[in-house]
Design a protein around this ligand. Structure first.
Ligand code: DQA
Length: 147
C-alpha cells in the first residue's frame, strides 16, 4: 500500500538542529527506518522533505493519485498553514499528523495546529519513533487484517 511520508521546513537539518529537542538522528536515518517499517507493515513508503509550503501542497495533491495515506510532519507550518489544512481536506486521504517533540509541552505558539482538524489523528513526542507509530496507525486503517 503506497504511503507518502511528508516532511516540512527545517527537518532536513535533523541531527544537527537543536539536538537537545530533536535528537541526533538524521532525516536520512528516519527515512531508512520508515522504509524498514513499511516492509514489515505492508506499506511502500515515498519519503520527502521540502522547506517550501507550496511544494508540500503540490505533493499532497499528487498523493491523491499516487498514495493511499499520508504521514505528515509539517514542522512550523503546522502552526501557520491554512493552505496545508485545505490541501489535506481537498485530497481526503487518511492523514496522520506527527511530531518528533511533544509540541504541547513546549512554547504556547506550538500548541495550536492547523493540521489537526483536517487529520485523522495526531502523534507527538516519541522522537523518530513518532514516524513508525504514524505508519502503524495508517496500516491499521488501510490494512485492517494486519492490525
Ligand atoms: C516539529 C514541531 C514543530 O513545532 C517545529 O516547528 C518543527 C518540528 C516536531 O517534529 O517536533 O519544525 O514538527
Amino acid at each position: 500500500v503506497p504511503i507518502l511520508v511528508l516532511n516540512g521546513p527545517n527537518l532536513n537539518r535533523l541531527g544537527k538542529r537543536e539536538p537537545g529537542i530533536y535528537g541526533a538522528t538524521t532525516l536520512a536515518e528516519i527515512e531508512e527506518r520508515c522504509k524498514a517499517a513499511g516492509t514489515r507493515l505492508g506499506l511502500s513508503v515515498d519519503f520527502r522533505q521540502s522547506n517550501h509550503e507550496g511544494v508540500l501542497v503540490d505533493w499532497i495533491h499528487e498523493a491523491a493519485d499516487s498514495a493511499k495515506g499520508i504521514a505528515l510532519n509539517a514542522g512550523a507550518y503546522t502552526h501557520t498553514s491554512v493552505a496545508l489544512h485545505d490541501a489535506i481536506r481537498a485530497v481526503g486521504l487518511p492523514t496522520v499528523e506527527l511530531h518528533l517533540s511533544n509540541v504541547h509541552a513546549r512554547e504556547s505558539f506550538r500548541h495550536h495546529s492547523y493540521i489537526a482538524p483536517a487529520a485523522t489523528g495526531v502523534i507527538a513526542g516519541f522522537g523518530p519513533n513518532s514516524y513508525i507509530l504514524a505508519l502503524e496507525a495508517l496500516a491499521a486503517i488501510l490494512i485492517p487484517d494486519a492490525a
